[in-house]
Design a protein around this ligand. Structure first.
Ligand SMILES: Nc1ncnc2c1ncn2[C@@H]1O[C@H](COP(=O)(O)OP(=O)(O)O)[C@@H](O)[C@H]1O
Ligand SMILES: [Mg+2]
Length: 258
């Protein structure tokens, strides 16, 4: 199954993707984590030191040109099935596997983004992400979790076309929920109806029923252990609240049909 995480900046997309990947691997599943954000932080949130991060795929200009512009035109469905195996790095688990379970493998692939400064075109990065998603799992029983860029702007470019489930992440604030509603609406327009809202850092109060928000939702409380930890450590794994996090993510997976 392929699940993407979307929402406004700073709401917890990367943390939730890292938590879900770790839960799945500790439960015995193999997981591909795809960092499709410009901030390149999914690896660090999963406990990888900066020096151990894989090279962003789009920086391999040779590969991008070769696969996307093969034959001198924009190939919207290039064969990139071999790239994840070659470029991904293994990520250690944040904790012991569940009792009686052989741990799965967690691997990280960093897409990166082509910025204007580099003279490239973001459509290259998006075409490549779409191609990787299309070719990655098809006939393998593996999980793919995609940590998307903040906001809604990139959603229209087909990045959700090959995803089976969307986690819309929001803070418990009207502005953040409005972005979440826009994300939900755009993804639904693209045919992705399997959506769950995670209201992160929820500390009380009713979540307003805005049109566009996913109908199914879960609440994630503020985690004091993470607040303390993040001053000195980029990892969001192995928290004192891991039981709370695992329970919430188990519920998200159940709602998405995983
Ligand atoms: N439930 C939570 N409780 C406390 N801190 C959190 C919680 N969820 C996320 N954070 C912190 O909030 C910050 C933003 O989270 P992050 O996952 O990077 O958001 P995004 O990927 O949406 O920009 C990080 O410092 C993260 O550790
Ligand atoms: Mg992020």
């Amino acid at each position: 199954m392929k699940i993407a995480f979307a929402g406004k900046g700073g709401v917890g997309k990367t943390s939730l993707a890292a938590w879900m990947a770790d839960l799945l691997a500790r439960s015995g599943h193999n997981v591909w984590m795809i960092d499709a954000d410009t901030a390149l932080s999914l690896g660090q949130a999963s406990g990888l030191p900066a020096g151990a991060l894989p090279e962003p795929l789009v920086r391999r200009a040779d590969l991008v040109r070769e696969r996307i512009h093969a034959g001198g035109f924009l190939d919207l469905n290039p064969d990139v099935g071999d790239l994840p195996e070659t470029l991904a790095v293994d990520v250690p688990l944040g904790g012991a596997p569940l009792p009686g379970v052989a741990a799965g493998r967690k691997r990280l692939l960093v897409m990166g983004a082509v910025t204007n400064a580099g003279g490239g075109c973001a459509c290259d990065a998006n075409a490549l992400l779409k191609a990787v998603l299309a070719h990655l799992v098809m006939d393998r029983d593996e999980w793919v979790l995609v940590d998307l860029e903040a906001g809604v702007e990139h959603l229209g470019r087909g990045t959700v076309a090959h995803v089976d489930g969307l986690v819309v992440v929001s803070e418990p604030s009207m502005r953040s929920l409005l972005t979440g509603a826009e994300v939900g609406r755009m993804a639904r327009d693209l045919g992705l109806n399997n959506q769950v809202l995670v209201v992160n850092r929820h500390a009380g109060g009713e979540v307003p029923d805005l049109p566009g928000l996913p109908e199914r939702s879960i609440l994630m409380p503020p985690l004091p252990g993470l607040v303390r930890r993040q001053m000195t450590d980029a990892s969001v794994l192995a928290l004192p609240e891991t039981d709370i996090v695992d329970a919430a993510l188990t519920r998200v997976l159940a709602l998405l049909g995983g």
